[in-house]
Write a protein that binds this ligand. Sequence first.
Ligand code: NAP
Length: 306
Amino acid sequence: MTQIYDRVALIGLGLIASSMAHAMRAGGLAGEITGTARSAETRAVAAELGLCDRIYETAAEAVAGADLVVLATPVGVMEDIAREIAPHLAPGATVTDVGSVKRAVVDAVAPHMPEGVAFIPGHPLAGTEHSGPRSGFAELFENRWCILLPPEGAAPEAVARLRALWEAMGANVDLMEPDHHDLVLAVTSHAPHLIAYTMVGVADDLRRVTDSEVINYSAAGFRDFTRIAASDPTMWRDVFLTNKDATLEILGRFTEELFALQRAIRTGDGDHLHDYFTRTRAIRRGIIEAGQDTDAPNFGRGGSKT
Ligand code: NAP
């Protein structure tokens, strides 16, 4: 049990913030946790679960006296929150966020940060398709990456302390620059989500999604698309609106590759298909070797895959 911050303020009390609350409590990492959320309902659930020591109606009240403030709302509202909390931040405090997009958050939040407050953006690469204060759990960040994006000139001790918090919550920490982060995440997360949304939408357009055939045989691949496509609509709307350029760049490349595969199918070019699938299979092996997924058949769900 090593206390890293005296008082942590969680702004937004959904999946990520509630998981942080559980993990910080489990490890004794924060002397006190305060919090706020937009709706009275979420604040009441958070109080019932004991996520925070004190819950406030406004972000301004929640951040008073905090040495760490975590913005854990959809990225689209972070600028308004930054403007609201700025006059109430304690001198020497660190402000971080957990948003899935980084350039837009840096541009929206950094200009509002007062002198003497360190703004160190972050992004834990951990999540589920569930949202809200009941969906969090202490182990969410275990063996997952958390990317921190300290601006040039950030106080090294502030960065080291935030890194120590994430490591104590089980994450591996890496440092990155915002534009590079957004391109990497467009490939690994944002474009795949859009493709999953599209695939489920196509099945729905065919009026087959709720057919017993589609449900019964969804283990053949479709089920994993439906899990991703069940992710929070507000969060993902904001991701695409704020990571527009990188996502469009990756989708452009995706479309080219898709056309090439489409052509290979049309012309019966089995070598092209086989070579392509051999390359992608090796990528999956790399992910498992890096400990970022399970090698168990069908993700350990039991039953056969097809
Ligand atoms: P979530 O479960 O939907 O929770 C969002 C929280 O933000 C809710 O408590 C919501 O309150 C609150 N909120 C929304 N607008 C607000 C406002 N104006 N003022 C105060 N609170 C407000 O979301 P999440 O999954 O934890 O995601 C939070 C952030 O983490 C997002 O920026 C997302 O991009 C990022 N992230 C998500 C994942 C993931 O897989 N889910 C992974 C990594 C990073 P109400 O409940 O009252 O509406």
